[in-house]
Ligand binder design. Structure first.
Ligand SMILES: Nc1[nH]c(=O)nc2c1ncn2[C@H]1C[C@H](O)[C@@H](COP(=O)(O)OP(=O)(O)OP(=O)(O)O)O1
Length: 158
């Protein structure tokens, strides 16, 4: 199986609120997450983040307004790089989030995120999204897809 390169974007409103989408189909159906998906051939990560957000929520953002937060790396069988996810936050957007075939939107206070209904690893890094601190996260799962180890570190670069 080839490695997947994806993007994930969190839209913020009024400083404190974060937009999540309830996954309505496919992998991890029934979970809340930011918006995103697979990068297309020749596409830059920020362009993918903008496109996927529009396709899944109807919101429009400009690439220049996206803040790059870092990379999540997911290893399966504890050693094979399975998925690489580029993370963004953005507080400047146009439109109102709508329900699409893929996602149902809802604004959450950053202090009341639905961790039990989000990806398991999310609880270990979402504070970096809330505080907008650049970071990198590496996650190791076993053959049964259980998270067995992880490392999350802030990156102190400009
Ligand atoms: N372990 C993980 N934790 C997390 O919080 N988000 C993850 C994650 N692994 C992937 N994501 C994000 C990346 C992406 O934005 C989103 C959707 O992943 P999927 O595998 O469902 O992609 P899709 O098949 O929906 O992509 P497209 O078909 O291109 O829309 O979940």
């Amino acid at each position: 199986m080839t490695m997947l390169e994806q993007t994930l974007i969190f839209i913020k409103r009024d400083g404190d609120e974060i937009l999540l989408g309830l996954k309505l189909r496919g992998f991890e159906i029934g979970k809340w997450n930011g918006y995103g998906g697979k990068m297309e051939i020749g596409e830059l990560p920020a362009e993918c983040a903008k496109r996927e957000l529009f396709e899944e929520s109807g919101l429009v953002v400009e690439v220049a307004d996206l803040k790059y937060l870092g990379i999540l790396k997911f290893y399966r069988s504890e050693k094979i790089l399975d998925r690489l996810v580029h993370l963004y936050v953005c507080s400047v957007y146009k439109g109102y989030p709508r329900t699409t075939e893929e996602m149902k939107p809802k604004w959450f206070s950053s202090e009341a995120l639905p961790f039990k209904e989000m990806w398991e690893d999310c609880a270990h890094w979402i504070e970096f999204v809330v505080k907008e601190i650049k970071f990198t996260g590496t996650f190791y799962s076993d053959n049964m897809n259980n998270l067995v180890n992880y490392c999350v570190e802030a990156i102190y670069l400009n």
